[in-house]
Ligand binder design. Structure first.
Ligand SMILES: Nc1ncnc2c1ncn2[C@@H]1O[C@H](COP(=O)(O)OP(=O)(O)OP(=O)(O)O)[C@@H](O)[C@H]1O
Length: 480
């Protein structure tokens, strides 16, 4: 095999002009399968196509002269390679027996009595921002969001690997779920794996599974996330946190669509689509030597960068209205919306704020405002001070002397001691209730609760310890 044999086939990729996505090229290949006078055409948009007689192959050949796992066609850089998998009768390309070879368009691959014509073809389309202000569960009408919808329309139905980048709370999780929901894997599992939340010593077994007895404590054979997601999508959240020594193993899954359990010897085929998210800049991580370059290129077939909310201020009003209209928190006992509108000026003040916690923070602020609201309207007073009255905005004098604000209903015990004592008691009681409440809301999941609170998981655990609060996944967090 020499480079001279290589044919450049453009990968599924997005091209940018002046920083804007301009076109998308979708890579596909057609396999025309002929055997005993019967011809069948199959279209693949996968990076790896496994071929053989066994049921779990992408192309199953009912031919007794074909091995169970006969060969594999896969994308390498910009080209397609074929690799024989130690088949009994061999793999032939244009009648020459090969172990590995680059594939040119229209070559004929022979496996036993079956002939397969290989025909790569690419579809190149312009990215035109959609006219819609939502795609699936994703809300937003900023041009950058509508460009993302246009890309999603094209790539969601394929098997292309996607990496979603964006600050915390920009909607990476929502986008990943939407991609799965719009794909042909929709009926299959959607498995989330948070690379930053699982203790380092458990990551490998969680991802790839283990055989019984492979390490102390491995009492049962266990499937990993990739096996469990077979037929569906694996969402690798916080990808930038994945340890360097595990990265080659992930690369192997991507290249060969196979996993090996810890302590296992035989590779197990997995049919999964991979979507990953990170709030780190992966290119910087590669430069800093914390992320492998080969894995980076393998993963970033399609790279989506979600803009922070402060860069799409017009979406703040749209999202705020959406949360008010559809938030589960805004329902009375009969299921009717309790709070129906924003007082004049409230939405303007919301869109002037910078939203460091992005859409998640906005969602939380609306939820809080609804719970504070005493009428059918969200008033400025229901919004946190730093948002309602940013520095430089003169306060309405009337509101400072407003005697109609009811005095807080303190119990006598709460007023005992000095101001400092009372404040400490109050803070402690708030912290305890808040941490316990948030854990309950997140079904005992510490990582999720800490993320929602936007505080470090270790600090969250420290507070749990301080107040004697336990959670169901407490014993998993052994890495501190
Ligand atoms: N564009 C959007 N439209 C509607 N809801 C959104 C959007 N973006 C985020 N949200 C909501 O904001 C919250 C946080 O979103 P999500 O968990 O997807 O963020 P994330 O980027 O994955 O955050 P993190 O990096 O912290 O994991 C969720 O409640 C989600 O439903």
């Amino acid at each position: 095999m020499s480079d001279a044999d290589a044919i450049p086939a453009s990968a599924t990729k997005i091209t940018y002009i002046d920083g804007r996505p301009a076109t998308i090229t979708l890579r596909r290949c057609k396999l025309v399968v002929a055997r005993e006078g019967q011809v069948e055409e199959r279209l693949f948009d996968k990076d790896v196509v496994n071929i053989g007689a066994m049921e779990d192959n992408d192309l199953v050949l009912e031919d007794e002269t074909v091995s169970r796992n006969h060969c594999r066609i896969f994308v390498e850089g910009d080209q397609y390679l074929i690799q024989d998998l130690d088949s009994t009768n061999g793999t032939f390309v244009n009648r020459v027996r090969i172990r590995e070879a680059w594939l040119r368009p229209d070559v004929v691959i022979t496996l036993g009595k079956t002939e397969i014509r290989f025909q790569p073809f690419d579809e190149r389309v312009r990215i035109v921002p959609t006219e819609t202000d939502r795609y699936g569960e994703i809300i937003g009408r900023d041009r950058k969001m509508r460009e993302i919808y246009a890309i999603l329309e094209k790539i969601a139905p394929t098997d292309a690997t996607v990496v979603i980048e964006g600050e915390t709370g920009t909607g990476k999780d929502v986008v990943a779920r939407t991609i799965h929901g719009a794909s042909k894997r929709e009926g299959g599992p959607f498995m989330v794996f948070d690379c930053g939340a699982v203790p380092e010593n458990l990551i490998e077994s969680e991802l790839f599974g283990h055989e019984k007895g492979s390490f102390t404590g491995a009492h049962q054979t266990r499937q990993g996330v990739f096996e469990m997601a077979n037929g569906g999508t694996v969402f690798l959240d916080e990808l930038g946190e994945l340890q360097l020594d595990l990265q080659p193993k992930l690369l192997r899954v991507l290249e060969q669509r196979e996993v090996k359990r810890i302590g296992g010897t035989k590779p197990i085929k997995v049919d999964v689509r991979i979507v990953a998210a990170t709030n780190r800049n992966l290119e910087e991580e590669v430069r800093a030597g914390r992320f492998r370059e080969d894995l980076f290129y393998r993963l970033t077939v399609v790279r989506l960068v979600l803009p922070p909310l402060r860069e799409r201020r017009d979406d703040v009003k749209l999202l705020a209205r959406h949360f008010l209209d559809h938030g589960h928190f805004n329902k009375d006992r009969e299921g009717h919306r309790r709070v129906t509108q924003f007082a004049p000026g409230v939405l303007d003040r919301l869109s002037q704020y910078d939203w460091p916690g992005n859409v998640r923070e906005l969602h939380n602020v609306i939820e809080r405002a609804v719970s504070f609201s005493e009428s059918d309207t969200v008033e400025l007073a229901d919004v946190p001070e730093h948002i309602a009255w940013p520095r430089g905005v003169p306060r309405d004098n009337d509101s400072e002397t407003d005697v109609s604000i009811p005095l807080p209903d303190f119990r006598a015990s709460e007023l005992e001691g000095t101001f400092k004592d009372a404040k400490e008691r109050w803070v402690a009681s708030f912290e305890r209730d808040y941490i316990a409440g948030l854990l309950k809301k997140n079904n005992g999941n510490i990582s999720h609760a800490a993320r929602e609170a936007e505080i470090d998981r270790k600090y969250f655990r420290k507070l749990m310890k301080k107040y004697g609060i336990t959670a169901q996944d407490d014993d998993l967090d052994v890495d501190e």
